[in-house]
Write a protein of this length. Structure first.
Length: 466
């Protein structure tokens, strides 16, 4: 029996896709990476995933796990050799259980993030992971890339929301670590090897995740800010006043917002785009609307008096709050419609972000007179999407032609300040080579040692991360 026959036996012939049927799985969301594969396999259970892995291991065939195919670094895309099998987890989309007394939910890896949020909400709970692609991104992909999103400030990354995992190993064995415990001090915490591992060590098939009480009230505001230093002071002020109630603090440059409203006509800004920076704040209050409103008004009034904001618009309804969030969440789509840009997903200490942006912007503009910084991101946790476009009249292809030099300048500046060149998107194949420039040799060798131990044949998502 050849490999395709073995795969058909494992998952059913209808779930082994080849030819035109496989094409949607072979190109990444940004259309940056495209590859070929022997087949795309769509298992419907953990047992089927294990059977697929065993068949591929026996045939010495590389495997590329894939969730919703919304990644931004080519982590779920096969190479051009055509040797690999893509393993799509999208059929594994069941909510297995919800334990409201323990505040946990156990879901399969193919569950779309938005479906997990809705299932939690139906039981009076909050699953706080939130990002622009939540309508198509899957929990398995979120965990494999340790996704961040807009509420990391309060709830942490995907890693911080996972209590247990079920994983099919490179051998085809299944590790059942679906324990809903906040405390389990019995040796190495194995789940953290697979979270953020981008499918290079094993395939996450299910997870037990943390839930939280639904807030009694949520308030959202957009503030016009005169400088990055003022934005940092506004963040400090809001954290001091609101504590854990401050669940989001997003930063958007004026040019970034201008592009968004130009490309997406449904978007509206409640403030004139006259300041260089705009902050989007969200409070999630455990008491009441009145309490949240009073807290927000105190924070914004004090910031206005001290000159850290110039103006602010507070959402007075759910529709107004959604319209403010649509501005932030529409940015990636808007810039994709403009032709894209040279992207950087960086993390820095909040204390040095203002100096980094001002200094690095100046250095880039000095080197490339046509460059236009397009900056936005999660200021609350130090993660910026520090992207580079071109000024009007210069095609974006000019920036793409200088991408390597732009990347080196940005990444060197990030590294010099103790930052990371990948805050939440992962390495995939996009940053696989660049990371060698910044990680210590001993750190890379430790990673290779783990890879050799768990995937001795090197078949799990080869060519990614390492």
């Amino acid at each position: 029996m050849n490999l395709l026959q073995a795969l058909a036996t494992a998952v059913g012939e209808a779930n082994v896709l080849t030819g035109d049927d496989a094409q949607p799985y072979l190109t990444d969301w940004r259309k940056r990476y495209g590859g070929r594969a022997q087949a795309v396999v769509r298992p419907g259970s953990t047992a089927e995933v294990a059977a697929v892995v065993r068949a591929c291991a026996a045939a010495r065939t590389p495997m590329v796990p894939q969730g919703g195919n919304t990644g931004l670094v080519g982590g779920g895309t096969p190479d051009a050799s055509g040797n690999a099998v893509v393993i799509s987890l999208q059929r594994m989309n069941r909510v297995r259980s919800i334990d409201t007394a323990n505040d946990t939910i156990t879901v399969e890896a193919g569950c779309v993030l938005q479906a997990v949020q809705q299932a939690a909400h139906e039981h009076g709970r909050l699953f706080p992971l939130s990002l622009a692609a939540e309508g198509s991104a899957t929990i398995g992909g979120n965990l494999a890339t340790n996704a961040g999103g807009t509420q990391v400030l309060r709830y942490g990354n995907a890693r911080d929301l996972a209590l247990g995992l079920e994983v099919v190993l490179a051998s085809g064995e299944t590790w059942d670590g679906l324990r809903g415990l906040r405390k389990d001090n019995t040796g190495y915490d194995l789940k953290h090897l697979f979270i953020g591992g981008e499918g290079t060590l094993g395939i996450i098939t299910a997870a037990t995740l943390k839930l939280y009480p639904l807030p009694a009230a949520q308030m959202t505001a957009l503030a016009a800010v005169p400088s990055l230093g003022a934005a940092a002071r506004l963040l400090e002020r809001a954290r001091a006043a609101a504590g854990a109630a401050l669940t989001a603090f997003e930063l958007m440059g004026r040019i970034t917002l201008q592009h968004a409203v130009e490309m997406l006509p449904t978007l509206r800004t409640p403030l004139p785009l006259a300041q260089p920076w705009y902050a989007l704040l969200e409070l999630s209050d455990a008491e009441s609307d009145a309490h949240a409103t009073a807290m927000f008004e105190r924070i914004l009034a004090a910031a206005l008096e001290d000159g850290d904001i110039v103006d602010a618009a507070v959402a007075r309804s759910l529709a107004e709050a959604q319209a403010l969030w649509a501005l932030r969440e529409g940015i990636p789509e808007a810039h994709a419609k403009r032709g894209g840009n040279v992207k950087h997903d960086i993390a820095l200490p909040v204390s040095c972000i203002a100096e980094f942006v001002e200094t690095t912007n100046a250095a880039l503009r000095s080197r490339f007179e046509w460059i236009e910084p397009i900056v936005f991101g999660h200021l609350g946790d130090g993660n910026l999407h520090y992207n580079m476009g071109t000024v009007p009249g210069t095609p974006i292809e000019v920036a793409f032609a200088h991408e390597r030099e732009i990347n080196d300048m940005v990444n060197d500046a990030v590294h010099a300040r103790g930052g990371s060149i990948s805050a939440e998107h992962g390495l995939g194949q996009l940053k696989r080579e660049a990371i060698r420039r910044y990680k210590p040799a001993i750190e890379l060798e430790l990673m290779r040692s783990i890879k050799r131990a768990l995937d001795p044949l090197g078949l799990m998502n080869p060519g990614k991360v390492l």
